[in-house]
Design a protein around this ligand. Structure first.
Ligand code: GLN
Length: 196
């Protein structure tokens, strides 16, 4: 049975660990290279991407993760996790994994609407592997994905912009699927990408 890690330095990692347990998946927090070497897939939670990136570098996890991703480790980043996966972060030279060919704009929805919820409509789902209908998205100081590379597929969009994208074994959401009771996005990652 697969072992799924959740990067657990800062941010919303507890909810992801709980969700994985609810889904009957073995899950562990990851804070060290040792733990990283044991897992079959990794979730990178929301939080503060600069802080998480700095801690990843400090504990040697950044370098080790890059090599595991190059070897095909499935990775799912939510919000700050999506920022850390992005190859380009507008106006920032913060530490990043940089393996996903997208450009993100941090805190892109502005101060007035730092957090909001929106129904991501089923007709905005061009990915034939997605079997669900609407998804309720919780956005908290969310980034926008303002460019996607040609190998990146949009799974869910909101107001014409990608909010859930996939490239190879990487999945990135600009919102927080762990904060709703709906497990379809976790399931999508586990069933379609990790293959547990
Ligand atoms: N604004 C945060 C950042 O730029 C991300 C917010 C979140 O993960 N909910 O890192």
């Amino acid at each position: 049975m697969s072992l799924v890690g959740v990067l657990s330095y800062q941010g919303g990692y507890v909810r992801h660990l709980e969700r994985l347990q609810t889904l009957g998946v073995r899950a562990i927090p990851v804070r060290s290279v040792d733990a990283l070497e044991r897992i079959d897939a990794l979730i990178i939670p929301g939080g503060e991407s600069t802080t998480i990136g700095m801690l990843m570098e400090r504990f040697g996890v950044m370098e080790a993760l890059l090599s595991r991703i190059a070897d095909g480790l499935p990775v799912f980043g939510t919000c700050a996790g999506a920022i850390l996966l992005a190859s380009d972060i507008e106006a920032s030279d913060q530490p990043r994994i940089g393996a996903l060919d997208v450009t993100v704009r941090r805190n892109a929805y502005g101060r007035q609407i730092e957090s909001f919820e929106a129904d991501l409509r089923a007709e905005d789902l061009p990915d034939p592997e997605w079997t669900g209908g609407d998804f309720h998205g919780v956005f908290i100081r969310a980034p926008q994905i303002v460019r996607v590379g040609h190998r990146v597929r949009t799974v869910l969009a909101f107001e014409g912009q990608p909010v859930l994208v996939r490239e190879k074994k990487m999945l990135a959401a600009t919102f927080h699927p762990e904060l709703t009771g709906d497990s379809r996005i976790h399931r999508y990652f586990l069933d379609r990408i990790v293959g547990v």
